[in-house]
Design a protein around this ligand. Structure first.
Ligand code: ADP
Ligand code: ZN
Ligand code: ZN
Length: 840
């Protein structure tokens, strides 16, 4: 301080220099320092976006994360170019969350920002907008020499995007107009491009001028128009949509001009009506969100059953002591109404609430239900929504007009500033975990931290909780509330396991279906009931095999078999998308004895269509739900009863609620149980219980048929009794003896590269370095994952198992240090190394 006082001029100049840290959506583990042009000093705020130069050729948008006066000491900071917001788009709490996520999941904050910000709010370095030639000035003496001195000084002193000043000072000069123009145009274009996506959508409407709003006048008007039938038509149409005769206040709503155009009313008549001051044309801001433009009749009523009410009170009691409550309620127990009733309390008190659902479950049913209760305060955040729609939700949350968000995992990254309650429904779902790109976060676990940052409460709900959450509840870390009865008249369906070995021996199996399953299906169809058939494999047949030489159709790029898709007569790789025409003879020995092995949803669809030619059958899997509304259409058709049999992958296990389903068939239970993963049994049990839960949800009694060649497996003993807890206890012992979660923490390191050798050797070296630091008990030897090659890239994995309480942060630093060391070796520089904390 005393030094500053020595020289007022120096003090003055120092005082004026502001710097900002800008967080950029790039995978570099730091923020960048930029200088603030003087004219922006009073506008800078933490959380607003800035356009900045990045590298020599690019400009990108980032978010200001700090403001200070310390010039970087190892380089000269460039000027930021432009500010994009008047108000923060990233909240203080979000920065905290970003920081935690980047730390915990071993990603950079830029990577977190990148998945968090909808692309409508950012221009990534990928857009490769070149600031040509201005940013290359110093590198390009030729261009440099062409620019006036004044311009050069300005560029050096003021930063590039004082472009208005830039224009002002240089307007009179004739030289390098071209260069200036180029520069100006590019920056302006960029800003417009960014702001365009951010602009509200408007709609032109028509309404009657006030003078005509009384009945006598209106009658008068109609008589006047009697000789101008086209104009009269327009007026009549207007009165049909807006009955101002009955209620003149309705005139305020007006009618969208586009409606008249769509219905081919005469445009010139409309314009005459406007010109003659009969109609008034005006503009309103509308939402990009379809559901917000639809009127719902509000109905705040939520009536809970006594059991639901008790459960809600219990959760409130838990919240007096704990921040997290696990709601273990069987399928159909009515968990949703309990959430909604708790959420309503929060919204009414003026705070925000977040309701997370696994990807697929956001249906029209759900949207209508919450819109009825909460009206326009609801924002829906989903990957199938457009960018502009997502930006609108983002803005609404930041500004506080949206207080209730219902969304998928990325909605935990929205700019809440006043969050009081988070609900994670179906918390066991693995779709809460992001695989690629980094950050590989689990939204359920991140929700715990988000709740903590906001001092909010969290409910985790499931009929089949994850072992991690159940363990936390059993050991008292979370509160536990249990619902053991279905809402209303529903009862849990009876489950029967079909012993496929015996059935096959007795020749009671046709294709892949036992006679009992087919007979039961037939009988339910005759009664007019509906059925769900579950098989966790899409396509027709998982592979094609030659019976003569044993050859199997494999992908050229990946170490997996190609799936046969009958409808396109193609073999497809589900990992890289590779496809080829299905061969008619073996590619190895040319024998024509090719047989399809195993079966997927597509084959089941074909088979059942043969068995039940008069029944409408639909299939729901990744292949049939690629379009925005296709999922919804399938659901609606099943809901209306038009479709009688719905066949599907795990998509049909989640949260669907249909009254008329009396039969659920699980065609191949073994496939799920024998997957090489320590969670396979947990998953299989969850999936079978969840899909069983789709039957018998109303007064109709349901039944579940499970086909297995391993009917003595202990899993079934528990499943038949719906004994979630018993099976959990059994599994927990196994997890304990083999030291798996919830008893340890896992970090998975994946090395990827185009050369199998270098991947293998790199993994070996990394392993040796890691056991030196963490001991050989904690680091498992490198191994090939089940699919060791994808898109011609070889994979090797190293798993790290840490006992609870083992210092995590220092371990992560050690891991990163070992990886950096490995990559210093030129042989391994090209390896990609991926960290996955708490892999699923
Ligand atoms: P869960 O999510 O626990 O499997 P749901 O929330 O889907 O169960 O509820 C099952 C069915 O019962 C749904 O059709 C739902 O609309 C209905 N239901 C649940 N609670 C109520 C309630 N309090 N009032 C009216 N209907 C309810
Ligand atoms: Zn062959
Ligand atoms: Zn492939």
């Amino acid at each position: 301080m005393s030094q500053l006082n020595l020289n007022t001029i120096e003090e003055e100049s120092l005082r004026k220099t502001f710097f900002v840290q800008v967080l950029l959506p790039v995978p570099i583990p730091k923020t960048f320092t930029y200088r603030v042009p003087q004219k922006y000093e009073e506008h800078i705020q933490v959380g607003i976006r800035a356009i900045v130069p990045f590298g020599k050729k690019k400009i990108i948008t980032g978010v200001i994360s700090a403001i200070h006066q310390d010039a970087p000491n190892d380089y000269e900071a460039k000027y930021l170019l432009e500010l994009l917001d008047e108000y923060p788009v990233v909240s203080r709490q979000q920065f905290q969350l970003f920081e935690w996520m980047s730390q915990y999941y071993m990603a950079t904050e830029g990577e977190v920002l990148n998945v968090g910000l909808p692309s409508g709010l950012k221009l990534s370095s990928e857009s490769k907008i070149q600031l040509n030639p201005a940013f290359q000035l110093e590198q390009s003496p030729y261009i440099f020499s062409q620019i006036e001195e004044v311009v050069i000084n300005l560029l050096k002193k003021e930063g590039l995007l004082s472009y208005e000043q830039f224009a002002e000072i240089t307007n009179t000069k004739q030289t390098s107009v071209l260069i200036k123009d180029l520069l100006k145009k590019q920056v302006i274009m960029l800003i417009e491009q960014v702001q365009e996506r951010y602009k509200p959508k408007t709609e032109k409407r028509l309404r009657l001028q006030k003078d005509w709003l009384d009945k006598a006048q209106l009658n008068n008007l109609m008589q006047q128009l009697d000789k101008k039938p086209k104009q009269l038509d327009v007026l009549l149409k207007y009165l049909q949509v807006v009955p101002v005769f009955n209620d003149s206040s309705k005139n305020e709503i007006g009618v969208a001009k586009s409606i008249f155009k769509e219905e081919q009313f005469s445009t010139s008549s409309i314009n005459t009506l406007i010109k003659n001051k009969i109609f008034e044309e005006y503009e309103v801001i509308t939402s990009r969100l379809d559901y917000l433009n639809r009127q719902e009749n509000l109905d705040h009523e939520i009536t809970l059953s006594p059991a639901q009410e008790a459960c809600r009170d219990e959760i409130n009691t838990i919240f007096a002591e704990k921040d997290v409550a696990l709601l273990h309620g069987i399928t159909g127990s009515g968990k949703t109404e309990i959430y909604l009733s708790l959420i309503r309390e929060v919204i009414e008190s003026g705070s925000q609430a977040l309701f997370l659902l696994p990807e697929i479950a956001i249906t029209t049913q759900m949207i209508q239900r919450v819109r009825k209760i909460f009206g326009d305060q609801v924002g829906i955040y989903h990957s199938k929504f457009s960018d502009a729609e997502r930006v609108e939700v983002w803005q609404g949350v930041a500004e506080g007009t949206i207080n209730f968000v219902i969304g998928v995992r990325s909605s935990i990254l929205l700019p809440f500033n006043n969050l009081s309650l988070i609900v994670v429904d179906e918390e066991h779902e693995s779709s809460y975990k992001q695989y690629d790109p980094a950050p590989r976060y689990n939204a359920r676990d991140t929700a715990v931290v988000l709740a903590n940052i906001h001092k909010a409460k969290l409910i985790l709900g499931s009929a089949t909780p994850s072992y991690e959450s159940y363990y936390n509840a059993k050991t008292g870390k979370y509160g536990l509330s249990v619902l053991t009865e279905r809402y209303g008249e529903g009862t849990m369906p009876e489950i029967e396991v079909i012993d496929m070995r015996r059935q096959k021996a007795k020749k009671l199996v046709k294709d892949d279906y036992s006679h009992s399953l087919l007979a039961a299906l037939e009988s339910e169809m005759n009664k007019g009931n509906q059925a769900i058939i579950f098989q966790n494999r899409r396509g027709y047949a998982p592979y094609l095999q030659c019976e003569t030489c044993g050859w199997i159709s494999e992908c050229e790029n990946c170490s997996v078999s190609l799936t046969y898709h009958m409808h396109q007569h193609e073999l497809k790789c589900h990992y890289c998308g590779y496809r080829q025409k299905s061969p008619s003879a073996c590619l190895s020995c040319e024998s024509t004895a090719l047989v399809m092995k195993g079966f997927g949803t597509e084959k089941i669809e074909d088979d059942l269509k043969l068995h039940f030619p008069d029944v409408k059958i639909q299939r729901m899997d990744r292949d049939t739900t690629r379009k925005k509304y296709s999922y919804q259409q399938i659901i609606e058709s099943f809901e209306s009863g038009e479709t009688q049999i719905l066949i599907g992958t795990q998509m049909v296990t989640k949260g669907l609620d249909f009254e008329n389903v009396s039969l659920v068939g699980i065609v191949d239970a073994d496939r799920m149980m024998y997957y090489p993963d320590f969670r396979a049994h947990e998953r299989a049990f969850q999936m079978m219980l969840q899909v069983s839960g789709r039957a018998g949800r109303s007064h109709k009694k349901g039944k579940v048929w499970i086909q297995s060649f391993q009917e003595n497996h202990p899993l079934f003993n528990y499943l038949l009794k719906y004994d979630y807890e018993g099976f959990y206890e059994l599994q927990l012992q196994e997890r304990h003896s083999f030291f798996y979660p919830p008893f340890c923490r896992l970090i998975k390191i994946v090395l990827k590269g185009a050369q199998a050798d270098s991947v293998r050797n790199g993994a070996r070296l990394l392993y040796e370095s890691l056991i030196g630091k963490l001991s050989s008990q904690r680091v498992l030897a490198p191994h090939e994952p089940m699919i060791a090659k994808i898109r011609n890239i070889y994979h090797m994995e190293i798993w790290i198992k840490l006992e609870k309480g083992y210092p995590l942060e220092s371990t992560k630093s050690q891991i990163k240090a070992s990886v950096n060391k490995l990559q210093e070796n030129s042989q391994f520089r090209k390896l990609r190394v991926v960290f996955d904390v708490d892999p699923q």
